[in-house]
Design a protein around this ligand. Structure first.
Ligand SMILES: [Zn+2]
Length: 435
């Protein structure tokens, strides 16, 4: 059997370390005329085309991209697929936004046909934007997760998702019980966790909508199965933080509620984490938990400004999240654009190489998947994206003035969106090509 080998020639960049730890220059590899060699859906090698082409077995197909930058696929560490149809809903902050928009939209996912339809639209949108892995909320309905995983499996994507656990403080039509939530989660785990490139996440919506019994059952699930994720929200909005305090007076703070029920682990990802004290950051770091930074959502819902330097100081893993539908774009490039502004408003900078890290390797590390995705290390999944420097007339003109790599990267991140994504690959297969 000969291996199915294919090579891709373009400018190539990938992150190899966190700039906060290794410095900017040592944080990435860049090949102006690069070659990525893919064998059987995995990365074989990456390097200068001049060197690698000479060693390529005779007859290997080489695909060439001009004026393009090839990099690992983007990683979205927090997003809600059932909210695809309610993105851009006007006028509320978190708690009213949930009641007025989110819960009614999620109700429709009791219908498997609706769930199937939205799962397809959602995955098309992710791939159109160059996102190859996401950590995804379903709804409370088992059918929502079946629909999502079966659509992701058909395309052989590396995806993580779970059924929402929610047994109080939500409309009757959208609640489970501690017992049914546990049972349904088990059934989904047995069916999907470890199938193809899929992983399951135990997914309590957030502390206010789960009883003590349900949070305890979530902790129990994490003990019962290897490699499960825990995915929820944390300290997004000041009213929410106060509400949690009043619901759990025995706990010292919001994070402590999750800690109390053994929900902090190396595979725990908390969306937002805007209003955290130093002790909470310390505890996140100690337990290896990660936080998803969701700038477009945080600005849209007026939740607050995420303090990335504080997370770096405490060595907390951080990934980037779009948080659609509170987030206003599926594009990780647009998310980096807003992340940059969130940092500016706090007198801090977001260097384009740090942005590259957050969008790829940093996300992979937050998800404990950096031995599979996030960089072009040999043996990794061949999930990658080809970005077009000339995607729009303005970008083309602006790129003519750009002198350095970091300047070009920054322009991609400020002006780029789905139009910038020329092609997206998952496990070596093309899964989106711009029309
Ligand atoms: Zn969210």
């Amino acid at each position: 059997m000969t291996a199915a080998r294919k090579a891709y020639r373009a400018s190539i960049i990938h992150s190899i370390g966190d700039p906060a730890e290794v410095g900017l220059e040592a944080s990435y590899e860049y090949f102006e005329d690069g070659l990525l060699v893919v064998t059987d859906g995995q990365i074989e090698s990456v390097g200068d085309a001049g060197i690698l082409l000479a060693h390529l077995p005779h007859g290997t197909e080489v695909v060439e991209y001009d004026d393009a930058l090839l990099m690992p696929g983007f990683i979205d560490t927090h997003i809600h697929y059932p909210q695809t149809g309610m993105i851009a809903s006007y006028g509320e902050q978190l708690l009213d936004w949930l009641n007025n928009y989110t819960f009614p939209a999620e109700k429709a996912f009791s219908d498997p046909a609706h769930a199937d339809e939205v799962a397809e639209i959602f995955l098309n949108e992710l791939l159109r934007n160059g996102t190859t892995t996401a950590l995804v909320f379903g709804t409370v309905h088992k059918a929502s997760v079946d629909a999502f995983f079966s659509a992701a499996d058909k395309r052989n994507l590396r995806m993580i998702a779970g059924k929402v656990l929610m047994d109080r403080n939500a409309p009757d039509y959208l609640t489970d019980t501690a017992e049914s939530g546990y049972r349904d989660s088990r059934e989904l785990i047995e069916r999907w966790h470890g199938k193809g490139r899929l992983h399951y996440a135990v997914t309590p919506r957030f502390a206010p909508t789960s009883s003590d019994e349900q949070l305890a059952a979530a902790g129990q699930l994490l003990q019962e199965y290897e490699g499960l994720y825990m995915h929820t929200h944390l300290s997004e909005n000041r009213d929410e933080v106060e509400w949690v305090k009043s619901l759990f007076p025995q706990c010292s703070g919001y994070l402590d509620v999750y800690d109390h029920f053994n929900l902090l682990s190396e595979r725990s990802v908390f969306a937002h984490g805007i209003h955290l004290c130093d002790d909470e950051c310390k505890r996140l770091a100690e337990t290896g938990s990660a936080v998803a930074f969701c700038p477009t959502s945080n600005l849209f819902l007026g939740s607050g400004l995420f303090n990335l330097p504080k997370m770096e100081q405490h060595k907390v893993h951080v990934g980037l999240g779009t948080d659609v539908g509170a987030g206003t774009s599926f594009s990780i490039l647009q998310t980096l654009n807003e992340a940059y502004k969130v940092m500016q408003l706090q007198g801090a900078k977001l260097n384009p190489f740090k942005s590259l890290y957050l969008a790829t390797l940093g996300g992979a590390r937050a998800l404990r998947l950096d031995d599979r995705i996030g960089s072009f290390a040999s043996g990794n999944d061949a999930d990658f994206v080809v970005l077009d420097y000339n995607a729009t007339q303005l970008m083309q003109y602006r790129m003519q003035q750009a002198k350095t790599l970091d300047e070009k990267l920054f322009v991609l991140m400020m002006l780029g969106d789905d139009r910038t994504v020329r092609e997206t690959f998952a496990a070596g297969q093309s899964v989106h090509r711009r029309g």
